[in-house]
Structure formats: structure tokens, C-alpha cells
Design a protein around this ligand. Structure first.
Ligand code: GTP
Ligand code: MG
Length: 718
């Protein structure tokens, strides 16, 4: 019944590799010890340091004698000398043999080790829960350490202390992409005096003004679309003065006008102006439910597929007969509890392992919406698949497991996918989220447990940039069918009077659709038929519209095909517009010219293709700094490419967006930076100012998301 979306890569191959990747704050402690050991072991080696240089005992980089701090990691030379002089080790001639930082870190972690375990809530009886609480404390201590360390006249390294109430990564990176509170009027004047046809100049001025200014924590200021089709008004939400928003919208739309039209190979530019045809704009009178793309995300085993299967069954999308079959088969394999999940986990491997591996797409109707359900895998090995599916989301359901220890494991900063999924979803621009606190049956429908989950996760979601008013909390049990489509029984109803899940879905707002721009449909999946010249592509239209008989350009192969037919929820339809998730059956095209990760476009307005990008990134909680030469994995819509950081252009102040350091050697956790990356292969991409969906990236390394970013410039392919 559900349509499985394959990312195209068998991540299973890497399964065992990732198993070893245990990233813990405890590791940091060991890491520091290791570093100290190494420092001692390398004492002899330090004798060969060239004269006129001093070696940093933290990162072992040989700095010029004139440097008062390490150029790589920023450790203060004097501070280290002072500490090492009071300690056992000696320091002379500017060569530190013991790391002051390590001493500080050691004492910091030592104090943690002897600390009595904290019990913040009654339910945290389990050891792992205490450990997770400890991790938070370590994290806080470490931040204090960083603050103390960096406050010692330590200018060049800007380690922004992590704040739980800080704006979302998306906001942080996008705020600076739009004009500022202070300068926006001026910028608008400057922009409006521009020659509209000179695209590069516009963009340079726009980005220049964005980089050098202070802005509010807007959830990426709305992009005004040509032709008067508007995005939702964020002005009041963000506390931005209306005139500022207008100026932002105009400044962004000035550059957004420039998208393409017959076709300069390198820049993708032309002077054709796009005008949508009448059929492309939906008729208000049209009696059709709007499509809502709803991603189901959350930590592994939180019950996403069971919840999805239950919903589909309750809403009549899975017949009784089918359900009996799943039940019987699941029981036969000794996995009776997975019967509902099996409605979505269709492959033999998924069923055997009891985990979702690829995104399952299913459909149901609520009162208000035709919902496209995207059931994501929760296991960390399949985060790339989750990214591919969830980039299509208009809103999300974050499922957390209420049972003891499981919620805490999901929220673990190192191994928990609750955090990573929430951050990723927010970075895709999703700002409405329903948190289903599932498996309430396991905790006997305890209000206390629910409130604890709400309080802890709520704090984290706020730090990701979700507004309290955009987060709905639904306690539920998928297994016992409580609070999914109807009022729950007394066990929940005695203390919970909020909406059930289905009502919560209906209370979501549909994001504004962009019908006024040329077609862009990133290809999520392809189905190749054996018969001649027929290929089907699946995906969500980001902008524009298509209908049967339309010609489309397939990028990056630059081949033109004709739309033979369209399907929505396996039903033939004639037209699909922005926001619709459809299967497009193409004819007149060779199979090998269509690839997942490609994009269907209007023939006169091709998407840009490049392997060389300038990105504005927000680095997450990483252990190993990002350096020039770092190898990462770049994810953009449904495409994935190996990326090399070729240049670190600048570090940015996370609050103001101002450049705090040019050409730094490395980027540390929580820092904002502008980098240039070169990809192994080219991807279809747009600058964020022109297309939010095609201008957002996430960067991953060793199975973890290490940074979120926006494309600020598309450069000449290398
Ligand atoms: P992944 O897709 O692999 O991340 O897992 P998932 O989040 O889809 O979890 P899934 O639906 O496969 O369920 C995992 C286990 O949790 C199964 O054994 C389910 O029976 C069980 N489960 C799901 N929901 C509930 C619930 O409400 N109560 C109880 N007690 N168990 C549940
Ligand atoms: Mg699942």
C-alpha cells in the first residue's frame, strides 16, 4: 500500500562501520587524557621544533613565535605557560609541555566524576537516565570552561556558548541572508535603485548587506513570490516591523526574479521572464482537499511505523483483510507487536530486522487535508534516507517513546535521533510540529511522565527555533489506540483534554505554495518500466505546475521529455501544482537520463547545476573541527555528494552575522562560518535567496550531521 522511497544507496553496507561510532562526552574526557599522554610522549619530539616557533600542546601546531595564541585551536600561549609553570611540567622558551587546557578540562571532568548523581525527576530511576542528565551537566560545565577560557583576552577564537533559547540553526544561518533590522530600509533604497537586469550586482549587494548587519531571529524571512502569490506572513511571529519585512521581501524578490530562462550553460541565466499560465494557479472554487506533506520522524523504535499503520487502518486505508495478513505473518516470525508497522515496513530485511530502512509514503484524508504521510526510518544509519523523505515535509510529527530510559536515549545528545531529526526538520524550513508522546500505556498514562517529557523536549525544541505556539503535544498509545483519531478513555482523558492526533493534524496550517515561479520538482525516486521509453519519477513540486502533455526538462541530463500521465495517491490526475506530491510518468526519454536527485524543470527555466558552492553554515556539536580539506557528505534535496571544504572564508558572529575572523584555520562546534565546498559530482542547486528548497544543505560525516547550511553562491563548476 505505501510507496517506498529508495534513496538509491544501500546504507546497509555501512551498517557495521557506524556501529562503532560512539560519540560521548565521556569520550571527550578520554580524548583529553589521550591528548595529554600524547603531549608527554612527544616531549622529546618537541626538541626538533624549528627555532622561532612554539608548539601548541593542544593541537601540536607549530606557531610563529610572534603568535600569542595557537592559530589552529586558539589556545593562549601565556595562559598555558602560566599553568604549566605552576604544575609539574615545565615550560620554557615558549614551548609548553603540559596543556593548561587539559588541566582545566581534567579538573572539570574530575569534578563531574565524583559528583553525586542528579535526580531531576521522579521518573529518572534508571542508570542511563542519570547518565544522560550527567551528559547535560558535562555539556554545561564544558561551556563554562570554554567561556572562562575564552574570556582571558582570547580574541580570535569565538566559541559561542550554547544557549537553549538561541534561534534555530536555520534561523541563524538564514537571518544573515536577509537584510537587517537596522539597514533594511537603506538596503531597499539601494536595491530599488539597481538595474533590475543585472543579476550579479543585485545579489552581491544583497549578500553584502546581509553579511554585515544585525538581524532578528527570523525564521527565514518570507520570500515574496513574483505574481503576488505570497508566503505566510512571519512579521508578527518574528516581531519584525512591517516595513522591514516589506523591504526584506522586496530585496529577496529582486534577486528571485532573476531565475533563469533559456539558458546560459554556466550561470543558468537568461533574459526570459516567466509568466504562469492561467491553469497553473488553482481555482479557489476547486473542490479538492489540499495536500499536506507530513513527515513522521523520531528516534528508532519510538513507534513511528506502528503509529502510521494504526492511523491508516483506523481511517480505512488498510483493509481488515490486509491487517489480518500482517498480523498473521508478523506472529509467524515471532514479531507480533510489529503487525501495524508491517503495513509500512514492506521489505523482507526491514521486517526481519524490525526497523524501517527507507521512507514509506502513504496517503489518508483528514477532514481538512489529503495527507501524504512520509514514515521515516529512525535508525541513525538511515538518516540520509530520512533527509531525502523529510525534505518534502510541510509539517512533521515527532514521535517520542514515553517509556523509561527510551525517551532519554532518544534525547541523548550523542546517540539520540530525536535531537538530530528535530534539528534537520527545522533546517528544512518546517516550523509546525506535533509531538506524539507515544507508548503512554507503558508508563500507565502517567501525567507526570508526560509533563516531564514535555518540559525537557520543549526546551530543546525551543532551542531549535520551534515556537511554543507551533508545537502541539499529544500523549498517545498506538498499540492501545489511545488519542489517535478519537477522544481517549479515562486513563488519559482524566487529565488530558487537548486534541487527538487527527484533530491536531487538522489544526496545522498549510504553508503558502508558490505557483508563480517556473516548475521545479526534485526527483525523490524513479520507477523504470521495462517497456520502451517510459520512466516514472516521484517527488513534490516545489514551485510551478505541470499537466498531462507538458514538456519538462530533466536535469542534470538536460533532456526534454513529455508528461504522459500524472498520479496522485495512485489515482490519475490531470494537473499537479506546487506542494503536490505526485508520480510523473514520462515518455520520450531514455531511462539512464533520469536519476533520483535530479530535478524536473520548465524547459526554458532550468535549475542550475554545479559542483562548487559557497555555503553559510552552522556547525553542530562536533568533536573534530572542520578544516580546509575536510571531507564531508553534502545532502541537498534528494541528492547526496562527497564534498571537500576547499576554503574557510570567514567566521561569523552568531548574533549579528558580522565577520569576526577572516580565513580562519578551522571551524569549531556551534560556530557560524562561510565556506567554499567542491563536490565530487555536480548537483542541481539554487541559491537560497531564490529557492529555499533547493538552497538548503546538510553536511554529514561518519554517520552524523555536523553542520546545516544555506547556499549563498553557486560558483563555476570545477
Ligand atoms: P524505526 O522505523 O525502525 O525507527 O522504528 P519505529 O519508530 O517505526 O517503531 P515501530 O513502529 O517499528 O515500533 C517499534 C516497537 O515499538 C514495536 O515492537 C511496536 O510494537 C512497539 N510500539 C509502538 N507503539 C507502541 C505503543 O504505543 N505502546 C507499546 N507498548 N509499544 C509500542
Ligand atoms: Mg518505522
Amino acid at each position: 500500500m505505501p510507496l517506498k522511497v529508495n534513496y538509491g544507496v544501500d546504507y546497509n553496507d555501512d551498517y557495521n562501520v557506524y556501529e562503532d561510532d560512539n560519540y560521548h562526552y565521556d569520550d571527550l574526557y578520554e580524548y583529553e587524557n589521550e591528548k595529554r599522554d600524547i603531549t608527554h610522549q612527544t616531549k622529546a619530539k618537541q626538541e626538533v621544533i624549528r627555532t622561532g616557533a612554539w608548539r601548541c600542546p593542544i593541537c601540536t601546531y607549530d606557531n610563529e613565535d610572534s603568535m600569542s595564541e595557537c592559530d589552529i585551536c586558539g589556545a593562549l600561549r601565556n595562559c598555558l605557560v602560566k599553568i604549566s609553570q605552576t604544575g609539574d611540567s615545565t615550560a620554557g622558551g615558549g614551548r609548553c609541555k603540559s596543556s593548561g587546557a587539559s588541566v582545566m578540562v581534567k579538573s572539570l571532568f574530575a569534578s563531574f566524576r565524583h559528583r553525586a548523581p542528579a535526580k531531576s525527576v521522579a521518573f529518572e530511576a534508571k542508570n542511563d537516565a542519570v547518565l544522560i542528565e550527567d551528559a547535560f551537566i558535562i555539556r554545561r560545565n564544558f561551556q563554562e570552561f570554554l567561556r572562562a577560557f575564552s574570556s582571558q583576552k582570547h580574541q580570535n577564537i569565538n566559541i559561542a556558548p550554547f544557549k537553549f533559547d538561541s534561534p534555530s540553526p536555520d534561523d541563524l544561518v538564514s537571518t544573515r541572508l536577509h537584510s537587517s533590522k537596522l539597514d533594511s530600509k537603506a538596503n531597499f533604497k539601494r536595491l530599488s535603485s539597481l538595474d533590475m537586469s543585472t543579476r550579479e550586482r543585485e545579489k552581491n549587494i544583497l549578500i553584502e548587506s546581509e553579511l554585515g548587519t544585525e538581524g532578528p531571529n527570523s525564521s527565514s524571512a518570507s520570500v515574496a513570490r513574483d505574481g503576488g502569490v505570497k508566503e505566510r506572513d512571519f512579521a508578527s511571529d518574528c516581531g519584525i516591523k512591517p516595513e522591514i519585512l516589506v523591504s526584506r521581501m522586496r530585496s529577496v524578490s529582486l534577486s528571485s526574479k532573476s531565475r533563469t530562462g533559456n539558458v546560459n550553460e554556466e550561470t543558468g541565466t537568461s533574459n526570459l521572464e516567466y509568466k504562469p499560465e492561467a491553469w497553473m494557479i488553482p481555482d479557489q472554487a476547486e473542490d479538492r482537499l489540499s495536500q499536506l506533506n507530513l513527515a513522521i520522524v523520531g528516534h528508532v523504535d519510538s513507534g513511528k511505523s506502528t503509529l502510521s499503520g494504526r492511523l491508516l487502518h483506523l481511517l480505512g486505508r488498510i483493509s481488515q483483510k490486509e491487517m489480518h495478513r500482517h498480523e498473521k505473518e508478523a506472529k509467524q516470525q515471532g514479531k507480533g507487536s510489529f503487525a501495524y508497522a508491517w503495513a509500512l515496513d514492506e521489505s523482507a530485511e526491514e521486517r526481519e530486522r524490525g526497523i524501517t530502512m527507507t521512507v514509506a509514503v502513504a496517503f489518508f484524508n483528514s477532514r481538512k487535508y489529503h495527507v501524504v504521510l512520509l514514515d521515516s526510518p529512525g535508525h541513525r544509519d538511515f538518516v540520509p534516507n530520512m533527509i531525502s523523505g523529510a525534505t518534502q515535509a510541510d509539517a512533521a510529527i515527532l514521535v517520542v517513546d514515553a517509556s523509561m530510559g527510551s525517551f532519554e536515549a532518544g534525547l541523548d545528545p550523542i546517540g539520540g535521533q530525536t535531537r538530530e531529526h528535530a534539528l534537520l526538520i527545522r533546517s528544512f524550513g518546517v516550523d509546525q510540529i506535533i509531538v506524539v508522546v507515544n507508548k503512554m500505556d507503558v508508563v500507565e498514562y502517567s501525567q507526570e511522565r508526560f509533563e516531564m517529557v514535555k518540559q525537557k523536549l520543549g526546551t530543546f525544541l525551543r532551542s531549535c527555533g520551534f515556537k511554543d505556539s507551533s508545537v502541539l503535544w499529544v500523549p498517545a498509545s498506538s498499540m492501545e489506540n489511545q488519542n489517535l483519531v478519537a477522544t481517549p478513555d479515562e486513563r488519559l482523558f482524566s487529565w488530558f483534554h487537548g486534541p487527538c492526533l487527527l484533530d491536531a493534524i487538522d489544526s496545522l496550517q498549510l504553508p503558502a505554495r508558490d505557483y508563480s515561479k517556473p516548475l521545479l520538482m526534485p526527483i525523490c525516486d524513479i520507477i523504470k518500466s521495462q517497456s520502451q521509453g517510459q520512466v516514472s519519477t516521484c517527488g513534490k513540486l516545489v514551485t510551478g505546475a505541470i499537466r498531462t502533455g507538458s514538456k519538462v526538462l530533466i536535469m542534470p541530463s538536460r533532456e526534454v521529455a513529455t508528461i504522459r500521465s500524472l498520479e496522485r495517491d495512485s489515482q490519475a490526475c490531470k494537473i499537479a501544482r506546487s506542494g503536490d506530491n505526485v508520480t510523473v510518468n514520462l515518455q520520450g526519454i531514455e531511462n539512464n537520463h533520469v536519476t533520483a536527485g535530479g530535478v524536473l524543470c520548465h524547459p526554458d527555466f532550468p535549475v542550475r547545476v554545479s559542483n562548487h558552492l559557497e555555503l553559510k553554515i552552522l556547525v553542530l556539536d562536533i568533536k573534530i573541527p572542520i578544516l580546509s580539506g575536510s571531507q564531508l557528505e553534502l545532502h541537498i534535496h534528494h541528492a547526496k555528494e562527497a564534498a571537500t571544504v576547499v576554503k574557510i572564508l570567514s567566521l561569523l558572529d552568531p548574533k549579528t552575522g558580522k565577520v569576526t575572523k577572516k580565513s580562519p584555520r578551522c571551524i569549531l562546534a556551534k560556530q557560524n562560518a562561510v565556506v567554499e565546498v567542491v563536490l565530487q559530482g555536480s548537483v542541481c542547486v539554487e541559491e537560497y535567496a531564490e529557492s529555499r528548497a533547493l538552497g538548503r544543505v546538510s553536511l554529514r560525516s561518519s554517520g552524523r550531521t555536523v553542520a546545516l547550511g544555506l547556499v549563498t553562491q553557486i560558483m563555476k563548476t570545477q
